[in-house]
Ligand binder design. Structure first.
Ligand SMILES: *Cc1c(COP(=O)(O)O)cnc(C)c1O
Length: 338
């Protein structure tokens, strides 16, 4: 793999920290849990979309674009990160927000990521749930082009073969970082949503023959659909970067048992995980992705699915700004648990 062939902008210093979670490891009695801090990608409170945007905005600039268009749920971390990066490069940003989570909660609708989108001067349009949101974004791009803009349309979550390069590159970074620390990594665990993170990691790890399996914890789709989405994007990305032989379907592993009632809907496990990491490690997870992924990891550990001597790296994909879209729910959870 030779990623320098593709246009890129640089947005944050690498490598992001790789740290041992001593207290959580002790609390759960093994395996050894480490965390890769992709919440520390600097721009606009950070998160995994910043890695993808390095390549997406690189391509947008190479094409002479002056306006980024993207889409997501109301509390989308991806939209917030895209809106910020657009400003950094003097571009406009238009976001289509899908009312995917049925709630009238004031903080959900106005605070957290939505507040930050507005601070970055992002033009927001709302859409009802259930539309083909990527098609909506393409149509919006065409409308802006007709008005004289030079649009660049980024799919939801930045998940296409260009955005996935961010996680091909992250996999290379992690392997090199672990090697320098003499750290043998047995498994990588990540939240998996629009699939670009999971797919990019599989391609990057395969491309460096790392032999590190990836477990994705789903936040939206049933297992079959999630694995199919990750596999098809991984194949497209492998082809794009020239990883020969493709990505075997059997290496795509998504556990979708921790979604609860649906995307962005709180679960007891998520609340427990967010509070556990806050109180044991002084670390902030988010309610939609990393909180549910950590809830999955904790539950699977309790069920004995990991060897006590294994070393697991949890990829922290960010999203803390989303906590402020869910304040009432956490206030309630803390009243219950003290
Ligand atoms: C988008 C997002 C994810 C999921 O990443 P995908 O590439 O969409 O699968 C995980 N965590 C956070 C905080 C996110 O914002």
């Amino acid at each position: 793999m030779h990623l320098a062939r593709f246009p890129r902008v640089r947005l944050f210093p690498t490598p992001t920290p790789l740290e041992k979670l001593e207290n959580l490891t002790r609390h759960l009695g093994g395996p050894e849990i480490w965390i890769k801090r992709d919440d520390c990608t600097v721009v606009a409170t950070g998160g995994n979309k910043i890695r993808k945007l390095e390549w997406l905005v690189g391509e947008a600039r190479a094409q002479g674009a002056d306006h980024l268009i993207t889409q997501g749920a109301v509390q989308s971390n991806h939209v917030r990160q895209t809106a910020a990066v657009a400003r950094r490069f003097g571009m406009k940003c238009t976001a289509l927000l899908e009312r995917r989570v049925g709630t009238n909660d004031r903080d959900y609708l106005n605070s957290g990521n939505v507040l930050l989108d507005r601070m970055f001067g992002c033009a927001i349009e709302y859409r009802p749930p259930g539309l083909d949101m990527n098609a909506e974004a393409v149509a919006k791009g065409e409308a802006l082009r007709a008005e004289g803009a030079k649009p660049y349309v980024i799919p939801g979550g930045g998940s296409n073969r260009v955005g996935s390069l961010g996680y091909v590159s992250c996999a290379q970074e992690l392997v090199q970082q672990a090697d320098e620390m003499d750290l043998h990594v047995d498994r990588l665990v990540t939240a998996t949503g629009s699939a670009g993170t999971h797919a990019g990691l599989l391609v990057g790890l395969q491309g460096c023959n790392a032999g590190i399996p990836v477990l994705g914890i789903g936040v939206r789709n049933p297992k079959d659909r999630q694995e199919a989405a990750v596999h098809s994007l991984a194949e497209a990305t492998a082809d794009y970067v020239g990883v020969r032989g493709g990505i075997p379907r059997a290496t795509v592993d998504a556990n979708c048992d921790y979604i609860g009632p649906g995307y962005g809907q709180p679960t007891d496990g998520m609340k427990e995980a967010v509070l556990m990491l806050a109180r044991l490690e002084g670390l902030l997870l988010d309610p939609v992705y990393s909180g549910k992924a950590m809830a999955g990891l904790i539950d699977l550990i309790r069920k004995g699915k990991f060897d006590k001597n294994e070393r697991v790296v949890f990829l922290h994909t960010g999203g803390q700004a989303g906590l402020f879209g869910y304040t009432g729910m956490f206030e309630h959870a803390m009243e219950q648990t003290g």
